[in-house]
Design a protein around this ligand. Structure first.
Ligand code: MLT
Length: 398
C-alpha cells in the first residue's frame, strides 16, 4: 500500500504566499470594484534590461537553427556563466574555481534541496522570522531538530549565535523579511562559530545587489575563513528581474571540510545530486544570465535596482510620516513595519487590506518572532507604490 509522506501534515496547510493570494482573492470576490495594490510577495515588475533581452533572444535564435541548436547542457551550468560568476566574485576579492559554482533554476529550489547532502539528524539553526522555505523543506524531509535564532528589534534584528549547538546554519543577508543587513563583524561571529563547532553555514545572498554601502558584505566569502565553512546561494531573480525567467547558483568551495567526509565531500555530493536530479537550467535563461553579468547588463540592472530602492524610500518615509515604526528598506527591498497598538500581524493584514486595499505580508507568516510586524515589498511599479502609500496615509485607521 502506498502511503503519503506524513511530514506534510506538520506544515501549515498553505504556503505563506499562497495563503495571501487566497485571502486577496476572497477579498476581491466580495469587493469586485476594489483596486488591490500588491506589496505582498517580493515579485519584480519592471522590464528586463535591454542587454539581457538581447541575450535571451540570441539563445532563442540559436534554438531556431539546425546548426546552432543545443539540447541538454552541463547539469552544473554553462561554463561561460560559471566563469562570469567567478569573475563577479573576483571583483570582490574572492577567489573561486568554476568547479565550485553550480548554476540552478533559482535560489528557492537550491535552498530547499541543499539539506539533502547532510545527515537526517542534522541540527538546523534558522533566523526567526525566517524565509519559510528553509524550515518547511527540512520538515518535509523529516527533520525536526531546529534551533531558532530570534531577530528582535532591540538587537536591530541581528541574530545571536545559536543557543544550542547547530550543525547547519541558514543565514539570509540582506534579510528577508526584516530588510536588515549584517555587517562584516556580525557575520565573522558566525564564521568563527562554524569553524569552532564544525558547522556549515548556508548563506542566502539573493538580495546582495540591493546593498548601498560598499563596506557591507555582498558575499559571505568576504569574511576570512568562510571558504572553509560556508555554502552560498545566489539568485538572478531580484537583481536582474528573473523571478519568471528562473536562474540562480550555489557555491560550494572545495576547502569546506566536513567531519565525516573530509575536504571536498560536500562539493562532490552536490555535484552527484545535480547529475541525478537536474539537467541544468534552461539554456535561454543562462544566456540571459551571461548578459546580466556583462558590464552593460550590470549597469542597466543597477538602474532598475535603484528604482526599486527609491520605492523602498517612498514606502519607508510615507509610513514614518503617519507615525508607524519602520525598519529595513535601506539595503534591501523589504520594509518591516511594527503593527500599531499591538495588533496581531494577520489582523493588521486584514485591516490594511480592508481599509486601504493594500496587500502586505503578515510577519507571523515568517515565524513566531515575526508576530507584531508586517512586511511591505518595494518591488512594484512607481505609480502603484505611490498609490499604496497614499491610500495607507489617507485610509488606515490607527
Ligand atoms: C518573498 O516575497 O519573500 C520572495 O519573493 C519569495 C521568494 O523569493 O521565493
Amino acid at each position: 500500500m502506498a502511503k503519503i509522506n506524513k511530514n506534510y501534515s506538520k506544515l501549515k496547510p498553505s504556503y505563506l504566499f499562497r495563503e495571501i493570494a487566497n485571502r486577496t482573492k476572497a477579498f476581491l470576490e466580495k469587493n469586485p470594484e476594489a483596486l488591490v495594490l500588491r506589496l505582498g510577495i517580493g515579485d519584480t515588475t519592471e522590464p528586463l534590461a535591454p542587454s539581457i533581452i538581447k541575450g535571451l533572444k540570441t539563445e532563442v535564435e540559436k534554438l531556431a537553427n539546425k546548426k546552432t541548436y543545443t539540447g541538454y547542457g552541463d547539469e552544473h551550468g554553462d561554463i561561460r556563466l560559471r566563469s562570469a560568476l567567478k569573475d563577479w566574485y573576483k571583483k570582490r576579492g574572492i577567489s573561486l574555481d568554476v568547479s565550485e559554482i553550480f548554476i540552478s533554476d533559482g535560489a528557492k529550489p537550491d535552498t530547499s534541496n541543499i539539506s539533502s547532502i547532510f545527515a537526517p539528524d542534522t541540527v538546523i539553526a534558522v533566523q526567526n522570522p525566517v524565509y519559510p522555505v528553509y524550515v518547511d523543506s527540512n520538515i518535509i524531509s523529516g527533520r525536526d531538530n531546529f534551533v531558532f535564532m530570534p531577530c528582535i528589534a532591540n538587537k536591530n534584528f541581528i541574530p545571536d549565535l545559536p543557543e544550542k549547538k547547530a550543525d547547519l546554519i541558514f543565514l539570509c543577508s540582506p534579510n528577508n523579511p526584516t530588510g536588515v543587513v549584517m555587517n562584516k563583524k556580525q557575520l565573522k561571529k558566525f564564521v568563527d562559530y562554524a569553524i569552532k563547532n564544525k558547522s556549515i553555514i548556508v548563506f542566502d545572498n539573493a538580495y546582495a545587489a540591493f546593498i548601498q554601502d560598499d563596506d557591507l558584505p555582498r558575499s559571505i566569502y568576504e569574511i576570512n575563513g568562510a571558504e572553509k565553512c560556508a555554502i552560498e546561494i545566489g539568485s538572478f531573480s531580484k537583481s536582474a528581474g528573473f523571478t519568471g525567467v528562473r536562474l540562480g547558483w550555489t557555491t560550494i568551495p572545495e576547502e569546506i571540510e566536513i567531519e565525516d567526509g573530509g575536504m571536498g565531500a560536500l562539493n562532490k555530493l552536490w555535484s552527484r545530486r545535480k547529475a541525478t536530479m537536474f539537467n541544468g537550467p534552461s539554456n535561454i535563461a543562462q544566456e540571459g544570465g551571461i548578459a546580466a553579468l556583462s558590464p552593460e547588463g550590470l549597469r542597466e540592472s543597477a538602474k532598475i535596482i535603484a528604482y526599486y530602492m527609491e520605492n523602498a524610500k517612498i514606502i519607508k518615509e510615507g509610513l514614518e510620516k503617519i507615525g508607524l515604526e519602520v525598519f529595513g528598506g535601506v539595503h534591501a527591498p523589504y520594509i518591516w513595519v511594527k503593527t500599531p497598538k499591538g495588533i496581531s500581524s494577520w489582523e493588521f493584514f486584514d485591516k490594511v487590506l480592508q481599509e486601504t486595499q493594500v496587500v502586505g505580508t503578515p510577519g507571523e507568516g515568517f515565524g513566531k518572532y515575526g508576530e507584531g510586524y508586517f512586511r511591505l515589498s518595494a518591488f512594484g511599479n512607481r505609480e502603484n507604490i505611490q498609490r499604496a502609500v497614499k491610500s495607507i496615509q489617507k485610509n488606515l485607521k490607527i
